[in-house]
Design a protein around this ligand. Structure first.
Ligand code: PLP
Length: 396
């Protein structure tokens, strides 16, 4: 590495990396918390924006910027901020942009922790919230109030895989000057780029498909308006939501293969969805790429004919049948996560949605026999065979 003027040896650290005319192929990991400058004048140049440079890693560091730039490119965005988790990104939007007296509308099937923030944390701070069915723009419109500042939706809901009316909601938010924030974790920029469809803010849990290996937590948020991005970045830095360089390094490494993984996983998911929908032991299959999906036409329009890597299905028979299926799915991790290289199976009634009553879960379309599969990179035929065997266990 070539030595820059401010990489000078110190009394404590006399050794600096040897000079090299060539450069590393992999992104170097830069864990330094602080950055030394040569003079106060140089610091002035940085703080006044005349020169770029880092000062203190909570304020920003090279590994975070590399990750942000990569997602910016995928989302058609610029100036995105990387956070320590997906929930940090959601929190930055809801707490960094809203104030007491504001009102926010959220999808009624948002990720569980986002729902909790809508139901508990925001009201405690004097921010009123309403949940609405985001598959229906008219339902969202009916929930709006004069003081509504923001609408938060996910494109495909977890775990029932309903598809939001993104275009309709974007149009009504635009007409009223309300910010539309889209959590694109499930769908990823490989399926949809919300800012291009009129959303104002895009959010990611990088932890899931983007990083893809279940070894790093991180999030991302970016607004179309640079002034909103400054507010988001300031909130992230002030509240200490900045991720560590190592986590960013891992996230970038995972993201290098994102497109390939997504392509493979969603082709397998389409095959599994078709396979399960023909299985007599399965009562219902939900997959945005299936013609039987309740919003099949909208899914085809929004997701460019892609269905994603998530498949949900329902088996009859209550908890006993659910236990038999989970036990029978050999080689599939029974774990409430998604987007890993390995297929995972989750059961909302005993994990993400356990706080709801059985009646409420039924009403939301997820009875006891409801399972969600995050399809990974296994061979598609082998994966279908595992589910056949698991369903045979249920029968037995
Ligand atoms: N948004 C969605 C749609 C999610 O599924 C999740 C986590 O599962 C999150 C946000 C939160 O992300 P993290 O776990 O990285 O905080």
């Amino acid at each position: 590495m070539s030595r820059k003027p401010n990489q000078r040896p110190s009394l404590m650290r006399p050794d600096v990396p040897p000079a090299s005319l060539s450069t590393p192929v992999a992104t170097p990991l830069m864990p330094s918390v602080v950055y030394a400058s040569a003079t106060p004048d140089e610091l002035d140049l940085q703080y006044e924006g005349q020169e770029s440079g880092y000062t203190y890693s909570r304020e920003g560091h090279p590994n975070a910027d590399v990750v942000a730039a990569r997602i910016d490119r995928m989302e058609g965005a610029s100036g995105g901020v990387v956070t320590a988790s997906g929930m940090a990104a959601v929190s930055a939007v809801l707490m960094g942009l809203l104030a007491a007296g504001d009102h926010v509308v959220g999808g009624d099937q948002l990720y569980g922790r986002s729902l909790r923030m809508m139901g508990e944390d925001l009201p405690r701070l004097g921010i009123a919230t309403t949940l609405a069915d985001v598959t229906d723009a008219a339902a969202v419109e009916a929930a709006l109030r004069p003081e509504t500042r923001l609408v938060l939706i996910e494109v495909v809901s977890n775990p029932t895989l309903r598809v939001a009316d993104v275009k309709g909601i974007a149009a009504l938010c635009k007409a009223r000057g309300i910010l539309l924030a889209v959590d694109n974790t499930f769908t990823t920029p490989g399926l949809i780029q919300p800012l291009r469809l009129g959303a104002d803010i895009v959010i990611h849990s990088i932890t899931k498909l983007l990083a893809g290996h279940s070894d790093v937590m991180a999030g991302y948020v970016c607004a179309a308006d640079p002034a909103v991005n400054v507010r988001l970045r300031t909130f992230v830095v002030t509240t200490g939501m900045t991720p560590s360089p190592f986590d960013c390094w891992l996230a970038e490494r995972g993201m290098l293969s994102f497109e390939l993984r997504l392509d493979r996983a969603q082709r397998t998911a389409a095959q599994l969805a078709g396979h399960l929908s023909r299985h007599r032991g399965v009562a219902e299959v939900l997959y945005p790429g299936l013609e039987s999906h309740p919003q099949a036409a909208r899914a085809a329009d929004l997701l460019g004919g892609q269905g994603g890597n998530m498949v949900s299905f329902v088996i009859p028979g209550g908890r006993t049948a659910a236990n038999a299926l989970a036990r029978g799915a050999e080689g599939i991790a029974f774990a409430p996560t998604l987007g890993d290289v390995g297929t995972t199976l989750s059961h909302p009634a005993s994990s993400s949605h356990r706080a709801l009553t059985a009646e409420r879960r039924e009403a939301l379309g997820m009875p006891e026999g409801f399972f969600r599969v995050s399809v990974g990179l296994e061979d598609a035929d082998a994966l279908c065979a595992v589910f056949d065997a698991a369903l045979a266990e249920v029968d037995a």
